[in-house]
Write a protein that binds this ligand. Structure first.
Ligand code: NAP
Length: 351
């Protein structure tokens, strides 16, 4: 099978590097173009990229020349990890020029005709793409997005609970890793010996995106799920892996801790059925030890694509509370966008 030619926008950044790493040896996708800002344009990737992943820069991309983020790249599918203020018009230009765009950026996530997608949660939402193309006059191109890095772990943990019990309210307090702020990110003098109780724009995203993801597609319209989320987001001195303390109340009759654990640990979805290359065998792993999950020990579960839950217990205000951990640059970013593209390929959208 000929592989699909892939370009990465923002290839030199934190998420861009994870795209390159995650796509090494991919059975369906092959990197043929790398693009970034004027700072990097025209230079060889290995020279211009400050590689921050522990392995070496892969030989297949080291000598590629970084190009501007403009249509004309030698590829069909584009993964975007551009800063959000840049991503909006650039991604639209690529989609209008016929490229398939799988984006990490927030620019288009909440637009009514753009799927905000987690393949384990709402694979049917790709159904809006026909409407998107019609509405925007795009013949071949489209834009799909993956959620914010904090939303992914939270929503995956909520999905089996929403299906089994119905969700009324969610409160989440996050402890978010430094890599979530990109490179060079938060100054060391701000974060060492410290916690920063504010991440610009984050709480709004975490309060809105789960409702779109768990919403329903009705014809060509997406109806947001009817539950409230209250989020408090904090930056902590952890390298990778967002930890979230979650409390949930349910709609129906009383639910036991055992029922919650069973719903989460038995959760399997379409990516597992389809055996997509990027899908973890177990999307949600529930740990019983009272001291897990921890970022250092659990963020790489399932190649960074599993979400790890622990400390499931009753809550004296809500019905149940637990802790969620997900790898923010893999399941929360590059791996998420690749899994979205894999689903689109299997569903015939990349032809
Ligand atoms: P980053 O490390 O700051 O990288 C930004 C990338 O965008 C670099 O390749 C940079 O190129 C390029 N760029 C910057 N300005 C540009 C411009 N005007 N034109 C073209 N390219 C430009 O950021 P990141 O952490 O990888 O995040 C990238 C995106 O993913 C953001 O939208 C972020 O919100 C989202 N995201 C990040 C995470 C995470 O955990 N880090 C998770 C989910 C989503 P140069 O190197 O040439 O400057």
């Amino acid at each position: 099978m000929d592989k699909i030619r892939v370009g990465i926008l923002g290839a030199t950044g934190m998420v861009g590097q994870h795209f390159i790493q995650f796509l090494q040896g991919h059975p369906w996708f092959e990197i043929t173009a790398l693009a970034a800002s004027d700072r990097s344009g025209g230079k060889r990737y290995g020279e211009v990229c400050r590689w921050v992943i522990s392995s070496e820069v892969p030989a297949s991309v080291r000598d590629m020349v970084v190009q501007p983020c403009e249509p004309g790249l030698d590829c069909d599918l584009v993964f975007s990890s551009l800063p959000s203020d840049v991503a909006g018009p650039v991604e639209e230009a690529f989609a209008a020029a016929g490229y398939w765009v799988s984006s990490n950026a927030s620019a288009h996530r909440m637009e009514a005709d753009v799927p905000l997608l987690i393949p384990e949660v709402n694979p049917d939402h790709i159904g809006i793409l026909a409407h998107q193309r019609r509405q925007r006059g795009w013949q071949r191109g489209f834009i799909v997005t993956n959620p914010n890095c904090t939303t992914v772990g939270l929503t995956m943990a909520l999905k089996p609970l929403a299906d089994a019990f119905g969700i009324r309210q969610v409160s989440v307090v996050t402890m978010q890793a430094l890599s979530g702020a990109g490179y060079p990110g938060v100054p060391s003098l701000d974060i060492l010996d410290n916690v920063i109780p504010y991440i610009s724009g984050e709480e709004d995203k975490v309060e809105a995106e789960p409702r779109k993801l768990l919403g329903t597609l009705e014809g060509e319209a997406l109806r947001m799920a009817e539950f409230a989320v209250s989020a408090q987001c904090n930056r902590v001195a952890v390298r990778d892996g967002h930890l979230e303390a979650v409390s949930v109340s349910f709609r129906g009759p009383a639910v036991t801790v055992e029922q919650v654990v069973e719903a989460m640990s038995s959760f399997r979805a379409l990516p597992q059925e389809l055996n997509l290359p990027g899908a973890p065998a177990q999307p949600l792993i529930v740990r019983s030890e009272h001291y897990r999950p921890q970022p250092r020990f659990d963020r790489d579960a399932g190649r960074g694509m599993s979400v790890v839950v622990g400390r499931v217990r009753p809550c004296s205000i809500f019905d149940c509370k637990f802790v969620v951990l997900s790898h923010n640059t893999i399941r929360g970013a590059a791996g998420a966008a690749v899994l979205n593209a894999e689903l689109l390929k299997v569903k015939g959208y990349l032809e």
